[in-house]
Ligand binder design. Structure first.
Ligand SMILES: Cc1cc2nc3c(=O)[nH]c(=O)nc-3n(C[C@H](O)[C@H](O)[C@H](O)COP(=O)(O)OP(=O)(O)OC[C@H]3O[C@@H](n4cnc5c(N)ncnc54)[C@H](O)[C@@H]3O)c2cc1C
Length: 522
């Protein structure tokens, strides 16, 4: 691992960290061996929420159910208590990742022969949902980004020893990964990295990445970053991905402060001309679009939707516990006995079940398409089975992110003023769930993508601003007077002439240089 980027705004040195982060650097209080062994005393019922009757358990294998039970226990003992502190003090949830690593979850779908659990997409959705519901939503989101980065690495690991070595030590080293895409200049159009680029060097690449948001920024051990490709010639669909390590990034965790998912630490990220060896490019030059459509979008949308569904369920659980215990002595009834409250729960459960089933169904589809998440299908670099279903992934995220905000709001109403207070935790779930709508692809963009592609075809989406809408163009020109049309035509002609002249100039200079060189050679 080379050490570059010495002008770090923050190289994660204690002195530069916010006070709230420093406790993380002391040894973890929880002994993981103890956590996993004693954790069996906890189960779903300990949370006082919905019973397993409301879970689509038929989707899970016996091994996955067993894994879920262990995870629920770990959530009760380790993740949930840490979630409260993480939210209050903006603490990055590394301790929770250490706990997840004790169950092998950082290598959840890494093949067994590489030391992973060899699990599938349905299992990934179950794990993220469970962490968000019973443990810590911030951890669930950081874990979602980790899984996205792991998937992007597995996609192109077949002939890449660097990626293979990383993927085999995820749990042993608690090596947390993340995805760094969003650009400060293009906002939620995270597929459009105008501020980033990469150049060829004699031994590899020099990477310049400027990201406005990156979950786990500065805390993750490795990053998948996307930039325009080396030899970029103005076509923004020409993208490439790189593996960057923690000591090569500059982050600003002290600036992170947000409404919800406060442990998520989604701050800025700078990779400032870091030189890396050739095998740190992930896949071939220009593989960015394939990587986005086949891996980053499907995995991020599946797992983040599971996170929003888990948050909705977590809020329902908390509220159920409260309304079944709180009594009104005057009328001799519990809050849960009022039909209004029962209606809140009925609607919240039905809507959330619809989102979960939609999400798990996409997980099943991804399993079918890839022989249960068998990464060897990608030994053929042109195999992109998941990418044929993009608008389905968009739909699961839209539904889950829309639902979570509504459900958390209604659960807060069901709990009355008690829900407004921090100690019940439903307000934290409400704040965390609010991130769903605004996280890219935002729900405004998603419904636009789905509606526009349904009506006008996928090519109309024009991600990289390349195709001309002649209907609009002609309509605008139609409004102009003849004089204005002439002015516009002259201005356009002058622009084209100038461009052509400068291209001819460059060509003439190049051939003059060539002639001089030829003369020198002779
Ligand atoms: C908690 C959290 C974690 C994140 N983690 C990561 C991460 O790990 N990696 C990463 O790369 N990014 C991450 N992001 C960034 C995220 O993906 C988006 O890029 C970001 O939320 C967009 O915010 P913005 O202020 O730039 O929005 P803007 O793009 O400025 O959007 C403002 C408004 O305009 C709307 N809008 C924008 N474009 C269109 C359009 N074409 N059509 C219709 N409406 C439009 C938006 O929906 C929104 O309502 C994270 C964001 C959050 C909130």
């Amino acid at each position: 691992m080379s050490v570059v980027g010495l002008s770090c705004l923050c190289s994660i040195k204690t002195a530069l960290l916010p006070r709230s982060v420093i406790p993380l650097l002391s040894p973890p209080i929880v002994n993981m061996t103890t956590a996993t062994t004693t954790a069996t005393s906890f189960n779903r019922a300990s949370f006082g929420g919905l019973s397993a009757d409301f879970d689509p358990e038929w989707l899970l294998t016996p091994e996955q159910k067993e894994l879920q039970e262990k995870l629920i226990a770990l959530c009760a003992e380790v993740l949930r208590p840490n979630a409260i502190a993480s939210d209050r003090d903006l603490i990055y949830p590394r301790k929770n990742f250490e706990a997840l690593a004790s169950l092998g979850l950082l290598g959840l779908f890494v093949p067994k022969e590489w030391g992973g659990l060899g699990e599938n997409h349905v299992c990934a959705a179950m794990v993220v949902e469970t962490i968000a519901r019973y443990g810590c939503p911030s951890t669930a989101m950081c874990y979602t980004m980790h899984l996205g980065a792991v998937a992007a690495a597995l996609f192109r690991a077949h002939d890449n020893p660097e990626l293979q070595s990383l993927l085999q030590r995820l749990d042993a080293d608690v090596a947390i990964g993340t995805l760094s895409y969003s650009d400060p200049e293009t906002g939620s159009h995270f597929w459009y990295p105008v501020s980033s680029r990469a150049e060829r060097t004699s031994s590899g690449w020099q990477v310049f990445k400027k990201a406005s948001w990156t979950t786990s920024a500065g805390f993750a051990d490795w990053y998948i970053v996307q930039t325009t490709s080396p030899d970029f010639s103005g076509d923004y669909s020409d993208l490439s991905c790189f593996l960057i390590y923690q000591d090569e990034v500059q982050a600003e965790p002290h600036k992170w402060d947000a409404l919800g998912l406060r442990g998520n630490q989604s701050g800025t990220l700078l990779v400032d001309g870091v030189a890396i060896p050739s095998q740190r490019m992930i896949g071939p030059i220009g593989d960015g679009v394939s990587s986005n459509d086949e891996i980053v979008d499907p995995f991020f949308l599946l797992c983040s939707s599971a996170c929003w569904n888990g948050i909705a369920l977590g809020a329902i659980d908390i509220a159920k516990k409260h309304v079944t215990r709180k009594k009104h002595v005057d009328v001799g009834m519990r809050v849960a006995d009022y039909p209004t409250i029962q209606d809140y729960f009925g609607e919240a459960i039905i809507d959330t079940s619809a989102c979960r089933l939609q999400n798990f169904s996409m997980g099943q589809l991804m399993d079918q398409l890839t022989n249960d998440c068998d990464w060897s299908v990608h030994a053929d670099a042109s195999a992109l089975p998941r990418s044929a279903y993009l608008h389905w992934y968009w739909q699961i995220k839209f539904s889950a992110a829309k639902n979570v905000a509504h459900v958390c709001d209604k659960m807060l109403h069901a709990c009355g003023g008690s829900g407004f207070k921090k100690d019940m935790e439903v307000e934290r779930y409400l704040r965390d769930g609010k991130a769903g709508w605004v996280m890219g692809p935002t729900n405004e963009i998603l419904r636009q993508f789905v509606g526009k592609s349904a009506l006008l075809g996928f090519e109309s989406l024009d991600y990289w601003n390349q195709s001309v809408n002649e209907r609009v163009l002609h309509n605008e020109v139609k409004k102009m007077s003849d004089i204005d049309k002439r002015k516009l035509a002259e201005a356009l002609l002058a622009e084209v002439n100038e461009k052509e002249a400068s291209a001819a100039d460059v060509l003439a200079k190049a051939s003059a240089e060539k002639a001089v060189m030829a003369g020198v050679g002779a």
